[in-house]
Design a protein around this ligand. Structure first.
Ligand code: B1N
Length: 830
């Protein structure tokens, strides 16, 4: 193996390295045909769209691999501080369009394909989504990876390579059914299997004390070993050669197990047993934020952090022979608490394996971790039962106890014997089920705790982590979430992308997103209005076609497209939306025929998955279908109102729906959405927002001005007061009326919807659906009024896109890099 050194040889190698693969359409065409013939193994004279996709993907993959190698060679030479992003979930969606755009070869590929008789868009449609995550948190990780690559940061992502991604949602009779997403069925050209990058991960067993250096040392004697194999997913930056890696781990049987069973002759059972190891990375848990204390989930968490840490330490040791510089070279980012076992694991490695004294190890640990929390309520924080942890990872449990012992000891010196507070802050929760509070562990050892919006930060300080904030105010910060304009404008809305570039006179905004604000200068230009409206109409037509193909419902493209797409949760209040639709329907029904002409036509679009065990959320989906079948088949209503449920909402559906939306709804009860990132995608695409003052919406409002969106609902500080009132809380008559319609079986399924109706009944209405109903209807009326004034609407739409720069993940990642991780860009010059 030859490596880079200095001098003439290096010069020569650098010269050789200069772009092995050519990107002109003729070379690309040859490349695609080669892959058809030799990789896909179809005849180059006869292949279909899917095979064209496979060949194209492999051709792109070659280019990604080249850039990955170059980036790593360069980083190895420079050895900068790296950021390691640990997340149990990533929602990458499709990769083809994103990759060719970031590589700057989309048009060349499109031309090469068209000469072969294929259309790029059609070929790109063949790809399935990589859905290794649930919702906002997972898509955020994906957006941030794109930004880290584009901004040339020396970053790695680590996660799990689930064989089954998030379930596919199938609707039968209006009810959600879950089908497994065996996404690897057709192969995955976007990953590189690294059969040589494997690490043993151990579980169970006992802890023993052995003599060491005249004292005692604890040693973990594990009971089971599983092998972690690396699968690398290249993440290309835009406008740079830098291509970083998302390394996902798959579980494989280890050769260190079961030797005895072989010897006893039970060969078949021994093999079957070995194979069970693979279940660790087999399936993504489909519920966000309900923690069930399942062993498999804990195994997944430890499996992924143990393998990642071994990999990180191995890389560090390539260039260092002690741990003194570890905090200057390594930043470890915990994406929520799911990876937080890595804290105990790093302590274990440093103390038990590297023989550092505890204080020295702790010193290092306290310098490398930063923690981002995405949670808004103490009740939702992750807890791991001590019994479970103790049996799976006995040594880690001891280490956590030791960390907590020292922490509580110090704390007593500071706050005395306020036992209530001590017990609230303890990493160990004593209760019916003794458990470890993963958030407390993370806060104790992280140097920085970030929230995901300013409002979220306020909640962290005043409610969720109040005790910790008072102890360590310097640790608490926020970095408002952002989304990548590459995926959410350039890939998903190419017409808007060209229009923006035309009016700004540059494509530079794709990397320097602040330039988007330049659109404000043209916000009164009639010519821009005309072009803007045309682009939006084309997107609506595309969406209308999709709706018709999928549901058979023909929608009027001149109607306002009103969209709410996100996971179904009580706090997100899809129920409020549906009750509002029922109200609108009821009004139309009760109108004189002549008056109906004044109604602003709407197409209401709802989409989202409910966690399989979340009964109320599933009922919301059923209600949506029940109401839709009534409204959509009522001749009195016609084109004035349609309700469409889009099944199996995922990243690629979002790419289609968001550019076609006129209005989008983000209507969580104030104080329940930590940030919200869907709203930012709509904003970038010039969709107007109907929203509560929750999460990142508050900052969006500051950026746009309240007059450019439709705000409603109880404010953050009012919510607890309103809840106090319970049954005495006034709800409007219209609300009682629409709930009664559902209750009385107007839409059928009376019995089924009972518990749903009960959940918003006076005294029981935790999410304040009834209280907010009136102001919700007012905001909807304001939206209707604005929609009729086409110029006003168009100006608001342009101002939305112009005001979206602050909500780019590029800005978020720069803030993290400078303020939390202490890393600098490192741009590959090859
Ligand atoms: O994270 C997003 C935020 O924009 C949303 O407001 C927030 O709800 C979301 C356990 C979660 N919080 N917690 C989760 C997901 C999976 C899981 O297993 C918790 N997701 C959020 C990005 O900051």
């Amino acid at each position: 193996r030859v490596g880079l050194g200095s001098g003439a040889k290096t010069e020569r190698m650098l010269g050789l390295m200069d772009r092995f693969l050519k990107n002109d359409p003729a070379s690309l065409q040859k490349d695609i045909l080669d892959h058809v013939e030799y990789t896909v193994a179809r005849s180059r004279f006869s292949f279909d769209d899917f095979e064209a996709y496979q060949a194209l993907a492999h051709s792109v993959r070659d280019r990604l691999i080249e850039r990955c190698h170059d980036t790593q060679i360069y980083l190895k030479m420079k050895d900068p501080k790296r950021i390691y992003f640990l997340s149990l979930e990533y929602l990458m969606g499709r990769s083809l369009s994103n990759s060719v755009i970031n590589l700057g070869v989309r048009d060349q590929y499109a031309e090469a394909l068209s000469q072969l008789g294929f259309e790029f868009e059609v070929v790109a449609e063949q790809e399935g989504d990589a859905a290794l995550g649930n919702g906002g948190l997972a898509r955020l990780s994906a957006c941030q990876m794109d930004s880290l690559a584009t901004l040339d940061y020396p970053a790695w992502g680590y996660g799990l390579r689930y064989q089954y991604g998030l379930f596919r949602q199938v609707i039968l009779d209006g009810y959600q059914h879950e089908q497994p997403d065996y996404w690897l069925n057709f192969g995955n050209p976007w990953e590189i299997e690294r059969i040589h990058v494997t690490y043993p991960v151990k579980f169970y067993g006992t802890v023993e004390e052995v003599d060491f250096n005249g004292g005692k040392q604890k040693v973990w004697v594990p009971g089971e070993t599983v092998e972690a194999v690396a699968y690398d997913n290249p993440i290309p930056g835009y406008g740079t050669r830098n291509t970083i890696t998302l390394r996902l781990w798959a579980a494989k049987p280890s050769d260190q197990n079961n030797m005895e069973s072989y010897n006893t002759g039970d060969y078949i059972n021994a093999v079957v047993d070995r194979q069970r190891a693979e279940t660790i990375s087999s399936v993504l848990y489909p519920d966000d934020r309900s923690y069930q204390g399942k062993e498999l989930r804990l195994k997944q968490q430890y499996f992924f952090v143990s393998a990642s840490l071994q990999d990180i330490i191995r890389r560090y040791k390539d260039t260092h022979n002690n741990f003194d510089d570890f905090p200057d070279k390594v930043a470890l980012q915990l994406n929520d608490t799911q990876p937080s076992l890595v804290i105990a694991e790093l302590m274990r490695v440093l103390v038990d394996e590297e023989n550092l004294v505890w204080s020295k190890a702790w010193d290092i640990v306290c310098k490398v971790f930063s923690f981002t929390t995405h949670t808004v309520s103490r009740d939702n924080l992750e807890k791991v039962p001590v019994d479970l942890l103790g049996s799976l990872l006995p040594r880690h449990l001891q280490i956590i106890y030791d960390i907590n012992f020292k922490f509580i000891d110090d704390l007593k010196k500071k706050i005395g014997t306020d036992y209530d507070r001590l017990s609230r802050m303890s990493v160990v929760e004593e209760g019916a089920v003794k458990s470890i509070r993963m958030a407390n562990l993370s806060i104790v050892c992280a140097h920085t705790v970030n929230g995901v919006s300013r409002v979220h930060w306020e909640l962290l300080k005043t409610r969720i982590f109040k005790d910790f904030y008072e102890l360590w105010p310097h640790k608490f910060h926020y970095k408002t979430n952002g989304v990548t304009q590459r995926r959410w404008i350039v890939v998903s809305n190419p017409n808007l992308c060209s229009l923006i570039s035309k009016w700004l006179g540059t494509e530079a905004w794709i990397r320097e997103v602040d330039l988007l604000a330049g659109l404000r200068e043209h916000a009164a230009d009639a010519e821009l209005y005309r072009e803007w409206k045309t682009v939006r109409m084309v997107n609506k037509m595309r969406l209308a076609e999709y709706i018709e193909a999928m549901s058979g419902i023909k929608v009027n493209v001149n109607a306002m497209f009103d969209v709410q797409i996100k996971r179904i949760h009580e706090y997100k209040r899809q129920f409020l939306n549906i009750l509002g639709i029922i109200h609108r329907y009821d009004c139309i029904k009760n109108m004189e025929k002549n008056d109906r002409r004044k109604v602003v036509p709407r197409v209401c679009i709802i989409g989202g998955k409910a966690a399989p065990g979340y009964e109320i959320a599933k009922k919301v989906i059923k209600l949506c279908h029940a109401v839709a079948s009534k409204i959509n088949n009522d001749p009195d209503v016609g084109d004035l109102l349609k309700l469409v449920f889009i099944p199996d909402y995922n990243v690629s559906v979002a790419e289609l729906v968001i550019p076609g939306a006129d209005l989008s709804q983000h209507i969580s009860t104030a104080g329940h959405e930590a940030s919200g990132t869907g709203i930012m995608k709509f904003l970038m695409n010039g969709c107007l927002l109907l929203a509560t003052a929750d999460g990142s919406t508050v900052e969006i409002m500051e950026e746009l001005g309240a007059e450019n969106m439709f705000l409603f609902g109880a404010k953050l500080h009012e919510v607890p007061v309103l809840r106090e009132k319970g049954q005495n809380l006034k709800v409007p008559l219209q609300f009682a009326r629409v709930v009664r319609m559902v209750r009385d079986g107007y839409f059928g399924f009376q019995e089924h919807f009972k518990s749903l109706c009960d959940s918003v009944e006076s005294g029981n209405d935790f999410y304040l659906v009834g209280y907010d109903f009136e102001s919700y209807l007012e905001a909807q009326a304001a939206a209707d009024k604005a929609f009729v004034d086409e110029e006003k609407w168009c100006r608001m739409s342009i101002l939305s896109t112009a005001g979206s720069a602050r909500f780019s993940s590029d800005r978020t990642m720069e803030e993290y890099a400078e303020k939390t991780w202490g890393i600098k860009p490192c741009r590959c010059p090859f």
